[in-house]
Design a protein. Structure first.
Length: 503
């Protein structure tokens, strides 16, 4: 039994939910299922037995909506995985512009599983940034999700600072209006570029729900396939393939690439990414050097110990050129130096990496894409300096990265590790508090703060931080790996905290 719901009932509930929604909850995810079911019961003002009976027959749309609202994770943020947006700009869109797949200048995006809308709006922002080469193209951007509550938020276009944690300040200032202390309204012209629909890929009439029947050029289905079992994934992939234009692109999450094994798709490898093109294999992309810039790529483990070097309606918008000038693509940006610096860093050649990175940020070699690349370059430079003991330089570049992305809790966490290396515990504690202020669910920040407070002989405050960490850990599956934890699982950290017996 798992918290009042018998295991045999959980097993049957899991099967019924898969039947009606396509969502799959194996035994290792029953903690998440239990929490979600209890929320559904509360939302519907019913009990577990009545819900069970409804699912055994033909559940109402209200019940299905309540289940999908509580059992899908709507957590995302703008410009998530900048590595993808770099590839999208420099290679996928560049290829479409140079070698159009249609008779007309048209590009259709579909964000399948868009949650609260940050992903399709991020595409709209990128398109707006590229308007010098896309102004005479017709752009359509569609967002769909199974979760009605998430879609309601997406249509409103109002976001908290948490959704902007990976967004550079100059993008926030250009495309958002702050309406209160922590809320931001997306610019109307960006909001109007995206159409939203509620849709379940498992439904037989999914196209009617989508309200769009033209083939897509680019389908993003990131972190959606992981919700399905093998049968559900194959069904979804076949539908996605049918909706793609020949030579169109399917973008999945990093952990989902292995699920795409239909013969209709050809896997195309970019540095640090693998995407899928509909069609037969063709010549490997030359000089494809996009870099992995999602913050989790190089902040996955804590900076310490320093020598390890790892850590931390159909709506279209034709764009015309009133002067009838030919829009030309700029010369392809050169990221070779950054890629070399990243490789140096991963191999432990920190001084060499820092030298190349300093040249990039000082000479502005990423000016063409500074809104994507600026902060990432500074973060990696800070880490490189830290790993050769140049802690003051590391601190300075980390603080400059914070100036660029003031709402990013991960950079404050990195800054705290630098302060710890300099044995500046007070500033390390302050940085962790700022990180937690921006992300109340940052488990490792709570844990590290508890450790430092214990070191400062503040047992009451330390115990409070540890309890916060434990409360968050209890809501997470025990076998999940925690970011910034040196590969530690949730269960292992729970054991560690309990064994400390901090009073």
């Amino acid at each position: 039994m798992i918290k009042d719901i018998p295991e045999n009932m959980l097993d049957e509930l899991s099967r019924l939910i898969t039947t009606h929604t396509g969502l799959y909850f194996p035994e290792k995810k029953w903690n998440t299922l239990t929490k979600g079911i209890k929320s559904v019961i509360n939302d519907l003002d019913t009990d577990i037995h009545q819900l069970f009976q409804n699912l055994q027959s033909s559940p109402s749309k209200e019940i299905v909506n309540a289940i999908t609202t509580r059992l899908t994770i709507g957590e995302t943020y703008f410009l998530r995985d900048k590595n993808f947006f770099q590839i999208l700009q420099d290679h996928i869109l560049r290829g479409i512009i140079k070698h159009p797949k249609r008779k007309s200048k048209k590009i259709i995006f579909w964000s399948a599983g868009c949650a609260t809308g940050e992903e399709p709006y991020s595409i709209a922002i990128l398109v707006d940034q590229m308007m010098h080469v896309l102004k005479d193209w017709e752009i359509t951007i569609i967002g769909s999700d199974i979760n009605p509550l998430a879609l309601h938020k997406a249509k409103n276009g109002i976001y908290s600072n948490w959704s902007l944690r990976g967004t550079p300040e100059k993008i926030i200032k250009k495309y958002f209006t702050q309406t209160s202390r922590n809320l931001f309204q997306i610019a109307p012209h960006i909001q109007q570029m995206v159409h939203f629909s509620q849709m379940n890929l498992m439904d037989d009439n999914y196209l009617a729900s989508l309200k769009f029947y033209e083939a897509m050029d680019i389908i993003l289905c990131r972190n959606v396939l992981m919700y399905f079992n093998d049968q559900g994934r194959n069904i979804a992939l076949k539908k996605l393939s049918k909706l793609l234009i020949e030579n169109g692109w399917l973008i999945t999450g990093p952990a989902e690439s292995g699920f795409v094994n239909l013969p209709e798709f050809t896997s195309v490898r970019f540095p640090n990414a693998l995407y899928h093109r509909k069609g037969k294999p063709r010549k490997i992309i030359e000089n494809a050097n996009p870099i992995r810039t999602e913050r989790y790529a190089h902040l996955r483990r804590p900076l310490l110990p320093m020598h390890e070097g790892r850590r931390l309606t159909d709506r279209t918008y034709p764009r015309r050129n009133p002067e009838n000038k030919v829009s030309r693509l700029p010369e392809k940006p050169n990221y070779d130096m950054y890629q070399e610096a990243l490789n140096d860093y991963q191999q432990g050649a920190y001084a060499q990496s820092a030298k190349k990175l300093l040249k990039i940020v000082s000479q502005g070699q990423n000016n063409n894409n500074s809104f994507l690349m600026k902060t990432e370059s500074m973060v990696l430079l800070a880490k490189s300096y830290a790993n050769i003991g140049e802690l003051e330089q590391a601190k300075n570049w980390c603080e400059k990265a914070i100036e660029s992305e003031k709402l990013n809790p991960e950079i404050y966490y990195l800054l705290s590790t630098i302060f710890q290396s300099a044995e500046n515990i007070d500033d390390a504690i302050n940085s962790l508090k700022q990180s937690i202020y921006l992300d109340h669910e940052f488990i490792m920040a709570h844990f590290t703060l508890g450790m430092l407070l214990f070191q400062k002989r503040k047992p009451v405050e330390s115990k409070k931080s540890m309890k916060n960490a434990l409360s968050l850990l209890e809501l997470t599956d025990t076998d999940e790996i925690l970011p910034y934890s040196e590969g530690m699982t949730v269960g292992r950290l729970v054991e560690t905290i309990k064994s400390m017996k901090i009073n």
